[in-house]
Ligand binder design. Sequence first.
Ligand code: S3P
Length: 429
Amino acid sequence: MKLKINSQGLKGRLKVPGDKSISHRSIMFGSIAKGKTIIHDILRGEDVLSTIEAFRALGVEIEDDGQVITVHGQGISKLKEPEKALDMGNSGTSTRLLSGILAGLPFETTLFGDDSLSKRPMDRVATPLQMMGAEIVGQTDKVKLPMTIKGSAHLKAIDYVLPVASAQVKSAVIFAALQAEGLTKVVEKEKTRSHTEEMLVQFGGEITVSDKTILVPGGQKLIGQEVTVPGDISSAAFWLVAALVVENSELILENVGINETRTGILEVIQAMGGQLEIEQDEVAKAATLKVKASQLKGTEISGDLIPRLIDELPIIALLATQVEGKTIIRDAAELKVKETDRIAVVADALNSMGANIEPTDDGMIIQGGTKLHAPENAINTLGDHRIGMMVAIAALLVENGEIDLERAEAIQTSYPSFFDDLGKLSGNL
Ligand code: S3P
């Protein structure tokens, strides 16, 4: 698709679409609980649709009346062997979390995905689930999709120190632990998003979290709930950055989820000197964010901040090209195993537009104050939704010429209404 977006400033108000991580988990918890789960404001992006289809194939009745989703859960033991292999599309979250559920079910399931997902490491979930007693065979000895999981009705609890900071791996072990005999202990090196732990409690489950140690007793039964999904801060991130860097912008973003394990980007914006107001809603963990075009300066982003903004690093890299001075991103080697190698792909895309980004082994060094121009060659998302949205926001800063964005449809993964919202907020309807 050709991108040429002129804007005199982004203006207006937007209710950002539902959080992807919470949407996946609401379907999963609803499917393994007993009783009805009603979900409001779910994200109907392709990744979440992959999760819905997977649970339908496992025998769960899931209705969508266009307003709410109703999951008719019958308890985890009622999930049944699917007739064919399950298509996980582009979704790492669907694949890894579902693996933890399948690990305790006494049948065989094969999972496969698209070209991007087929390159991503699955040994990180296979290893702990095998320790608990599941049989998992992948495409290579590093375990990639297609992967076959033969669950065991007699999973054993484990003590597991997560070798990588990954909420997906943590969640897979928690889902398996619910079905195991004994008490499972998971220790995180760095705290990652806590949605699985919080929703487990919401669905009537038992879990103890103290700092980075999580204890989950086995043999649990969950009860269906009514869930309202807050807006996705990872989607809001594109508008936050657009408003900060496009002159004369002023945006109000409503209902943005502000679970503290996800709010790293707000701290980066504040450290850079951005004009950002955060008004917390009275109930839910959501807030209204007010953001204005700002004079910004570079910062350092590293350590335990990284898991709290890992998905926002592509758009933060674009932000850093527009501030005064240098921004250094460290400790973010996990970026290399996302939907693409986001260190290389972000640096290549933005450098082809005139940015000055040095990719490093675990991050990027970004010189600010660069003027972006249309690149000579097309930019391909390589199937990575966040690369597509980053390039579209970068297009707002390009004065002359157009950007040829290939595989833009990847954006459907997490934000189907992205271009509608871009049109509205930038005055290009
Ligand atoms: C997610 C966890 C993160 C994140 C992904 C969603 C989740 O992945 O990047 O978009 O919902 O648990 P990792 O667990 O691989 O860090």
